[in-house]
Design a protein around this ligand. Sequence first.
Ligand code: ATP
Ligand code: MG
Length: 411
Amino acid sequence: MKLSQSFTKTTKTAPADEASRSAKYLLRAGYIYKEMAGVYDYLPLGMRTLEKIIQIIREEMNAIGSEELRLTALQPKDVWEATDRWSDDVMDVWFKTKLNAGGELGLAPTHEEPLTHVMKSYISSYKDLPVYAYQFQTKFRNELRAKSGIMRTREFMMKDLYSFSKNREEHDVFYEKCADSYKKIFNRLGIGNDTFRTFASGGAFSKYSDEFQTLCEVGEDIIYLDREKGIAVNEEVYNDEVLADLGLDKSKLEQCKAAEVGNIFTLGYRFSDALDLCYNDEDGKRQKVFMGSYGIGPSRVMGVIAEKLSDDKGLIWPEEIAPYKYYIVGIGEKGEEMAAKLHDMAPEDIILDDRKNARTGEKFADAELMGIPYRVVISDKTLADNKVELKNRKTDETKLLTLDEFTSKLA
Ligand code: ATP
Ligand code: MG
C-alpha cells in the first residue's frame, strides 16, 4: 500500500463527542469514518483489520466442524410473530420499515428465528442432526445509547453460530467445544490473558449463560473475577447463592470493569417449539430440536483491542490483526528508491510512506498513530552499510538488519 495513493489522511484531532481512546485513535488514524452517532464506515485500514479478526474467528469456527452461510438482514414479520419477538415491547431494538407493495419488514437484530425457519427445510430425521451453522453479518439494533466508538453501535458485525442438536447431551458437548474454541480465538487476537469466561443469566433451559468478558476500563459490565480459577461472575447474577453454587470464595473475587466480546447461550426448545422444528428419532418418534447460540462481535472486539493495546502515541496492533506489518520510510534519494523496491516485493505486508508533502517526523508519528508493528527506515546512511533500521512499535526496540535479512522476512 502506497500512502501517496491512498485517499485517507490522519488527523491531529478527533470529533469532540468521542470519549473513548479507541474511537479517537481509530478515527484519527483513518481506520473508521463517523457517519453519525453509533454508525461507522470501515475505511481501507479498518476494513483490513476487521477482516483479519473475522478470518481468525472463521478458522476456529471451521475447526469445530461448523458451516458458514449468510442470512438476510431484511426480515418478514410472520417468523418473528411466531416466537413473539416482533413486538417492540418484547424486542426493543428493532429497526422496522415498510414495503412499498404493502407490509412491514424488520432489519434483523439477531438470527435465531430466520435460521430455525430455514432448518425446517433441511432437518427432518435424526440422520440430519446435529447441524452447526454460522455467519458473519451486519446486525441492526436501535440501541438507546451508542457508546465507545465501535464498541456499541447501531449497525455492527456479528459472528453468530447456531447449533441444532438431537438432545441436551449432544448439545452440551458442542457447547464446551465452542467455549474452548472461543479461548483459542481470544488468545490469537492477543487479548487471551484478559478475557474470562463469565457466568451470566441463563434462561428457561440453563441456569447460566457464558459470556466472554475482556477487562476494559470503558467496558459496560461489572464482573467479579477469580484470577486463580480464571473464571468470573457477572454482576447481574452475583449473590451468595450463586457463589456457593459455583464454589467461589467471595474474599478471592476482584471487582472489574469489562466488555462482553462474546457469549454462548443454551436456547433449548425456545425457538424449535415456537417454529415447530422437529425430527423423527430412531424409533420414528417426533422430537423437538435442541438449540444453542454462540455470538462474537468482531467490531466490538476491534474496539476493545484498540482500547487496551494503545499508548499516548496511538494504536499498537498485535501482528496477527495489524492491517500491515511494516511501515517503510525512505530517506534521501537512494533510500526512497530502495523503500519503493522493498514495498513492491510484499505490497500486502507493507505501507510505503512515499508522501512528498510530509516531513520525516510526521511520517514517524503517523506510523505510531496507526499502530503498525514495525517501522522500517532506509536512509543513505543505513544503505552505506547495506542495512535497514527496524523499530518495534510495542517494545520501542530498534535494531539494524542487513537488506538480505529483511527481505528474507518478507519472503
Ligand atoms: P450487550 O449486553 O453488550 O448489549 P448482547 O447480550 O446484546 O450484548 P448478543 O446479542 O449476544 O449481545 O450479541 C453477541 C455479541 O455481539 C456480543 O457479545 C458483542 O460482542 C456483540 N454486540 C452486541 N451488541 C453490540 C453492539 N450494539 N455493537 C457492537 N457489538 C455488539
Ligand atoms: Mg444488547
